[in-house]
Design a protein around this ligand. Structure first.
Ligand SMILES: [Zn+2]
Length: 738
């Protein structure tokens, strides 16, 4: 997932999540507990910043390419004073706008608002790097101290009445209707950022709104710490005789986990997904599988001090009360009003159209697994703790895909060349490495490329790549921009970045990665291309829409399997031969493996999330609600929700994905449908005309147009769910448009 960089309330509304941790595309951030920089403690020892010395984190960016971040001047001692000063400056800038005696206009209010906060923005670039790429215990102390101050800062902006009044005046003015459509959209986004966060309220309602927010923040935190407690407090220790079926890598990890818990010589299965999932996939010990499964899926639901059910009821009530103050019927309606789906009904319609095929596929999968169990003489019927285990046996029997063999054709360097090739064909971009030392970097591993338009030779921006894992770097892969494109105040060149955690190989030898990792590499590059291709005038128009913002990056993954990439870049690291056809065929065939399980466990969670936020929360018992809803849906008994309600952190640890878990599938429908537009075109995935439409309507436009309209401009119609059904190998049923 992408970090937003616009210096506006759109960022303000999402800020807590962004600053706390850059959201990953699919993985939970985890941070190493050890400092990665020896200088950190020395820096902390001398906290005092010499009086009068200019803070480099606040300074304008110097050097080529319209100025670049001074990553070589980044020191921890500057962080707190820079943040404080940056916040003060932005508040002062906003006060100037708010107190302008002239009547509010687009120029003196909206444009001025877009200009405010530049200094703080630059500080956040460094802050983001220190948090995600170079974290340390010393930095996390600073983070902890600054989090409430940042939160108070954002509240001050939303509660600036005079400022909001002026924005509202422009938003409601007659003259707005004659402005350019992107300007109208900009005004709407800024207005909505304030209004949907309570700025329209007055008097008691406003006080109550703030009270609820404060109360919710506490409950969200309590919710996640309860889940964490259940993850940490339940550990299953095994002896050597109980390891049957587990691969060497799982055994090693379990031995290490036991050692860390003072039980050397034993093997620990911890209560986390990364421990549970492989154990249930491989362990031959059925009773232990059941135990691990029960412990994992009962997190937050043990009727003890860490039980989350009462918290969920309170959270739902407070959310409902809060949106009622704003005039909405229910929380989901409020939440989706500025999403591409717009209404909960439309999101529900999408999910309900896929659900029957998903559970029908589960039936088939269970039948395949049952057949294997019967042939083995296991004398069981498939239960939820058997699903992964027997699915693995089916996978081996049916697909025979050796992931190690695939790896031999996936060289990190070649894949990067492949991405540049794709960017050249679709976007007309040319990447060339900048001379070493010409652009400051924050670690020797980081490399920088300049991006130019192939035809005009004009500079588009820079692309920073930080590929390798290291201590202090969060896990997973992500993309962000240090500076977004805008033209309203002089052209700003894009500074985009991709970050991943590949394991550095032996010097001189190619780094080989897995198929999943190669897809993720392309995915993140899709985010970078989305940023680099931006043509918007105002910074806020680079912001994302949650159920839309993963679409562009998901789509780019599809070019990994195009013939041009296969023939020229997926080549064996020793022989240079392209990946054989039969191996490609196996990869394609395995793509729909276990899709019944995956889609059903996901949809069950997404449906419960949305339904919980559309239901009157008075007297709602979360456990009973979950049970009854799943029963009405006809949830197969052989599996459970991916995230059961009592530990559904996406939804109850904060509001990032509350009533929004459906968004993953929403974006995937667009992805499947857009991919078909290419597949059907005369030039296939490199069709010039479709590529031009892609860049114009789906990439460079960013958030300057309603995503639904933008998609229609690309496709000539709305996206169809059937495309997703075909991708997942489901039978195509009734037509549902989005
Ligand atoms: Zn992403």
């Amino acid at each position: 997932m992408m970090k937003l960089t616009s210096p506006t309330l759109i960022k303000v509304a999402l800020s807590a999540a962004l600053i706390g941790s850059l959201a990953a595309c699919s993985q939970t951030p985890e941070q190493s507990s050890q400092a990665n920089r020896s200088s950190a403690s020395e820096v902390m020892a001398s906290h005092a910043v010499p009086l009068g010395e200019a803070n480099p984190l606040l300074a304008n960016w110097q050097g080529p390419y319209g100025g670049v971040p001074a990553f070589d001047a980044m020191e921890l001692k500057w962080v707190k004073p820079a943040l404080q000063e940056g916040m003060d400056r932005q508040l002062a800038e906003l006060d100037v706008i708010a107190n302008n005696p002239a009547p509010a206009t687009f120029e003196n209010t909206i444009v001025a608002y877009e200009k405010a906060g530049r200094d703080l923005d630059r500080v956040f670039t460094y802050y983001g790097i220190l948090s995600a790429n170079l974290s340390s215990p010393e930095f996390r102390e600073i983070q902890k101290e600054m989090a409430p101050k940042l939160s108070a800062f954002y509240s001050k902006i939303t509660q600036n009445d005079k400022l909001f009044d002026r924005i509202k005046t422009v938003y409601e003015s007659e003259s707005l209707k004659t402005m350019r459509s992107d300007q109208q959209r900009l005004v709407y986004l800024i207005y909505d950022g304030f209004a949907s966060n309570g700025a329209t309220l007055t008097g008691q309602a406003r006080e109550r709104y703030a009270e609820i927010n404060l109360e919710l923040a506490k409950l969200h935190t309590k919710f996640s710490s309860n889940v964490l407690a259940d993850e940490e407090n339940y550990v299953l220790f095994l002896n050597k005789e109980q390891l049957g079926g587990l691969p060497e890598s799982v055994v090693r990890a379990a031995a290490q986990a036991a050692k860390e818990r003072g039980r050397e010589g034993m093997y620990a299965i911890t209560n986390t997904r990364s421990s549970m999932d492989p154990f249930l996939t491989f362990s031959d010990e059925r009773e232990l599988r059941e135990q691990v499964w029960r412990t994992y899926y009962n997190r937050g639901d043990n009727n003890d001090e860490f039980d989350n059910n009462a918290l969920i009821s309170q959270i739902l009530k407070l959310r409902d009360e809060r949106v009622e103050l704003l005039g909405y019927d229910n929380y989901a309606q409020w939440r989706l009003s500025n999403r591409m789906a717009k209404t909960p009904q439309r999101a529900m319609e999408l999910m309900e159209s896929v659900w029957p095929a998903a559970i029908a596929r589960v039936k088939e999968e269970v039948a395949d697994m049952q057949a294997i169990a019967d042939a083995e003489g296991a004398d069981i019927s498939i239960e939820p703790w058997d699903y992964r285990y027997y699915a693995e046996k089916v996978r081996k029997a049916k697909y025979d895909l050796d992931s190690d063999e695939v790896k031999q054709y996936l060289q990190l360097g070649k894949l990067r060349e492949a991405m540049f090739y794709v960017a050249g064909r679709l976007f007309n971009f040319e990447f060339s490495a900048v001379p070493q030392g010409s652009v400051p970097v924050f670690h020797p591993d980081v490399r920088v490329w300049e991006v130019k338009d192939k035809t005009s030779g004009k500079l588009v921006g820079l692309w920073y790549l930080d590929p390798f894992a290291r201590q202090g770097k969060r896990s997973g892969a992500w993309a962000n921009s240090y500076r977004s494109h805008s033209t309203f105040d002089g052209k700003q060149t894009v500074l985009s970045s991709n970050n991943s955690n590949f394991v550095k190989g032996v010097p001189g030898e190619p780094v080989l990665i897995s198929w999943d990792d190669a897809e993720t590499y392309f995915h993140e590059f899709g985010h970078a291309l989305h940023a680099l291709s931006s043509k918007v005038a105002y910074p806020s128009l680079n912001s994302g829409v949650r159920d839309y913002t993963e679409f562009q990056s998901q789509l780019l993954e599809r070019w990994l399997l195009t013939d041009e990439v296969i023939d020229n870049y997926l080549v064996h690291h020793r022989t240079g031969q392209p990946i054989p056809d039969d191996l490609v065929a196996k990869i394609k065939k395995a793509a729909t493996f276990n899709e019944g399980f995956k889609t059903t466990e996901y949809l069950a969670s997404a449906l419960i999330d949305l339904k919980l936020h559309m239901t009157d929360p008075q007297g709602l018992d979360p456990g009973k609600f979950e049970r009854e809803t799943l029963e009405q849906l006809g949830m197969p008994k052989e599996l459970v929700m991916r995230h059961r309600t009592p530990h559904f952190g996406h939804v109850f640890s904060g509001e990032g994905y509350s009533a929004g878990y459906y968004g993953y599938m929403w974006a995937e429908v667009l992805t499947s449908d857009a991919a078909e537009a290419f597949a059907e075109a005369p030039g296939g995935f490199y069709d010039k005309e479709v590529a031009a439409r892609l860049v114009e309507h789906l990439f460079s436009i960013r958030n300057a147009q309603d995503p639904a309209e933008a998609y229609r401009a690309f496709r000539g119609r709305d996206a169809k769910v059937e495309a997703l059904m075909r991708d997942r190998g489901f039978p195509v049923g009734t037509e549902v448009k989005m």
